[in-house]
Design a protein around this ligand. Structure first.
Ligand SMILES: CC(C)(COP(=O)(O)OP(=O)(O)OC[C@H]1O[C@@H](n2cnc3c(N)ncnc32)[C@H](O)[C@@H]1OP(=O)(O)O)[C@@H](O)C(=O)NCCC(=O)NCCS
Length: 436
């Protein structure tokens, strides 16, 4: 398989680079950690290495050195499509260079060959109560898919550590091949009276999702490609990526790794923000019974800030500029749904809110993040079941998480095990009496 061969070619050099760094510069200090950082979610502490993506606070995410704009411009598209194949993105994430159209298609074909979902996975979903959150269903389905994992068999056979990455790649391709059918099944089970639409072998991975949830318009196919491309990875430190890395370091296979990562993504401070953002936009729209004037909106937002409210979709833990993933979605909307009133409200908030946030002076980043618009786009195409948005996010994020997992095993990273301190130890270090 093409990804396997490309990784195998470059692996000796990568292993050598890591060995040189650790052998010759193992004691070199990267940063100091402060008490504030320990109590503050280890913000800004540089404790991980990944070459798959890097989040530049002033420019946004780079995937293998390519900005979001470059990813959309340079990855190959099928004839007649505006947005690239996700198979090409996966080649970029795992191999590290841009694929040709043929190479991107090869990845897509590999996914398709592996796409048959075992019946027991649907059975697991079917026995859940109807009110189950779609992220719970996704997590359960990923765990149920684990029965087909090949890595545990190879591990139990005593196959060497240097080869683990091959089984992780194998499992990742199968998992991703089956993921779309599972996600669409969850959507249909939950919101479309359990109807089942079989995948169309003529469609690419992302367009097939659109098809399987009964949205066959070319526009929604394009939106699906865009959505799954831009949410795929965001460095290693966010909750889902970090969880995936940690769990994978115990040599849990990619199914268990991704299920754990999705449980992190399901938290309201992480992957649930997109649904909160759309809910808020619709509330504003209802409040004004339509689009407000800029003055009305400004007053409304100011009142919300004065009351201590947090405006969803604005701010970021690392970014200090408008998220480029927001910008490319605005470009999409300008082309495909310029008159949509919720999109126009998104643009008005973008014009009015940043100066108010700057004036308030509390928030470190007054600019929109990816979530300030993505729900509005789904809403336009009738995918207005807010709870489901995190599943869409998760499907995309699994592309990044599995790429990290393959490379963690390829570089034979050890089990992760940071050290804890007690409060008393910290008090002693800074010279405070106990319980001061
Ligand atoms: C993303 C987010 C969690 C980052 O948190 P953070 O790194 O702690 O943000 P900051 O350091 O800038 O926060 C400093 C202050 O600004 C406030 N603030 C941050 N974002 C704000 C927003 N969108 N609206 C109003 N106030 C905001 C915080 O509540 C905090 O106030 P406090 O000092 O009274 O506690 C935060 O900006 C947020 O909650 N945004 C809205 C939700 C969202 O869009 N989430 C998706 C993230 S991709």
């Amino acid at each position: 398989m093409i990804i396997h061969d490309r990784i195998a070619e470059q692996l000796p050099e990568w292993r050598d680079r890591v060995a040189t760094l650790t052998r010759q510069h193992g004691k070199f200090k990267i940063c100091d950690v402060t008490v504030e950082q320990i109590y503050g979610g280890i913000r800004g502490v540089q404790i991980q290495v990944t070459d798959i993506s890097y989040l530049n606070p002033l420019e946004g995410i780079y995937l293998r050195g390519y900005s979001i704009g470059d990813v959309l411009n340079f990855l190959p598209c099928e004839q007649g499509a505006e947005y690239p194949l996700c198979g090409g993105l996966y080649y970029l994430l795992t191999v590290g260079s841009l694929p040709t159209l043929e190479e991107a298609r090869e990845v897509e074909q590999e996914w398709q060959l592996r796409s048959q979902v075992p019946k027991h996975v649907f059975d697991v979903i079917n026995v859940m109560p109807p009110q189950t959150h779609p992220m719970t269903l996704l997590s359960a389905a990923l765990t149920a898919l684990q029965t087909d994992a090949v890595f545990p068999q190879h591990y139990n056979n005593g196959n060497g550590k240097a080869d683990y990455w091959k089984y992780f790649l194998d499992d990742s391709l199968t998992l991703i091949g089956r993921l779309m059918t599972v996600a669409a099944y969850i959507y249909n089970w939950k919101y479309q009276q359990r109807k089942y639409i079989a995948p169309d072998p003529a469609l690419d991975w992302a367009a097939n999702f659109a098809h399987m949830i009964g949205r066959d318009s070319k526009d929604y196919q394009e939106l699906s490609r865009l959505f799954f491309l831009i949410h795929s990875d965001h460095e290693g430190g966010n909750v889902s990526a970090h969880t995936g890395h940690l769990v994978c370091s115990a040599l849990s296979d990619v199914y268990l790794t991704c299920a754990a990562a999705m449980n992190g993504l399901a938290g309201p401070l992480h992957g649930l923000a997109n649904q909160e953002c759309l809910r808020w936009l619709l509330k504003v729209y209802d409040h004004f019974r339509g689009l407000p004037s800029e003055e009305q909106l400004s007053e409304y937002l100011q009142a919300q800030l004065d009351a201590g409210g947090v405006i969803p979709g604005y701010g970021h833990a690392v970014l200090r500029t408008t998220d480029p993933r927001f910008t490319v979605q605005v470009d999409f909307a300008n082309k495909y749904l310029p008159e949509d009133e919720i999109f126009r409200l998104v643009q008005m908030v973008y014009a009015v809110l940043p100066p108010l946030l700057k004036k308030q002076g509390k928030v470190k980043n007054p600019w929109p993040n990816v979530d300030a618009i993505n729900g509005a786009l789904q809403h336009h195409y009738g995918v207005d079941q807010f709870d489901f948005y995190t599943v869409l996010f998760g499907v995309s994020r699994i592309l990044g998480i599995t790429a990290h997992a393959i490379w963690s095993r390829a570089l034979m990273k050890p089990i992760e095990r940071p050290k804890s301190l007690t409060t008393r130890m910290l008090e002693e270090m800074v010279g405070l009496p106990p319980g001061a």
